[in-house]
Design a binder for this molecule. Structure first.
Ligand SMILES: [Zn+2]
Length: 254
């Protein structure tokens, strides 16, 4: 039986550790120390490291973990990240060492140029592309790329659990409310997730269904989102890419 743990790192990163009671796999270890401590405490053996994109807060701990555990590392084909044994791009499938589960790969550029998502077994690891109730900043990509990447993720089965790289949910919900104040699912989500944070629990994972219902960046064709974006822009916006670009720029200064 697979268990998934949120191992906190830095201020608000999550390193996801999958384990079956004997073997563990770390996703996006920006720092090796929290993973090392987790493994010491649990007595698990690290069997692989997976990475979604090249930012240091996602791969900074990868070399030390790979060295210590002599385990294989998997990451994006189209980015320069140190010490990757296997480079993955859209359509590639892997059997995760130690755990035996199968994961597929999606290319999801936008936050970074070669960002990938790994999905399967009812989960998706999407790094800094789709966030719970938000999306990543466009450091290396364009709005059309990000809209397409988010659409790919949104097409995963609706009960897919969304494991993103940061705990940003409550701040994201505050922005989503500004964009779509009439969304009742958003109000319900806010109450539930605020209670989780009060208890010191992660609000991640969510599900694709929940993101479709509440995440403004997946709702760029909803009339209220379009109206808010046009009001903020002070002009008509011609399609969902323009709506997306407007609310992404709005959020940057929110
Ligand atoms: Zn990043």
């Amino acid at each position: 039986m697979l268990a998934i743990h949120a191992v906190p790192a830095f201020k608000d990163n999550y390193i996801w550790v999958l384990e079956d009671g004997a073997n563990a796999v770390a996703v996006d270890p920006g720092d090796d120390e929290p993973v090392r401590k987790f493994l010491e405490r649990t007595g698990l053996r690290l069997a692989a490291v997976l990475a979604t994109h090249h930012h240091a807060d996602h791969v900074g701990g990868l070399p030390a973990l790979a060295q210590r555990w002599k385990c294989p590392t998997f990451g994006p084909a189209h980015e320069v990240a140190a010490r990757l044994d296997r480079r993955l791009a859209e359509g590639d499938r892997i059997t995760v060492p130690g755990l035996g589960i199968e994961l597929g790969t999606l290319d999801i550029p936008g936050h970074t140029a070669g960002h990938i998502a790994l999905y399967g077994d009812g989960m998706v690891f999407c790094g800094d592309t789709l966030f719970t109730c938000g999306c990543g900043r466009l450091f290396e990509g364009t709005p059309p790329q990000m809209v397409e990447s988010l659409a790919k993720l949104a097409r995963l089965p609706r009960d897919t659990r969304v494991y993103c790289g940061h705990e940003y949910t409550l701040a994201n919900i505050r922005f989503a409310e500004a964009v779509e104040p009439g969304n009742r699912a958003l109000a319900q989500r806010k109450a539930r997730d605020a209670a989780r944070r009060d208890r010191g629990e992660p609000t991640v994972p969510s599900t694709i269904a929940e993101e479709l219902a509440t995440n403004p960046f997946l709702r760029c064709e909803e009339p209220e989102v379009v109206a808010s974006a046009e009001s903020h822009a002070g002009r008509r916006l011609k399609d969902r890419v323009e709506v997306f670009a407007e609310i992404r720029a709005w959020k940057n200064n929110f």
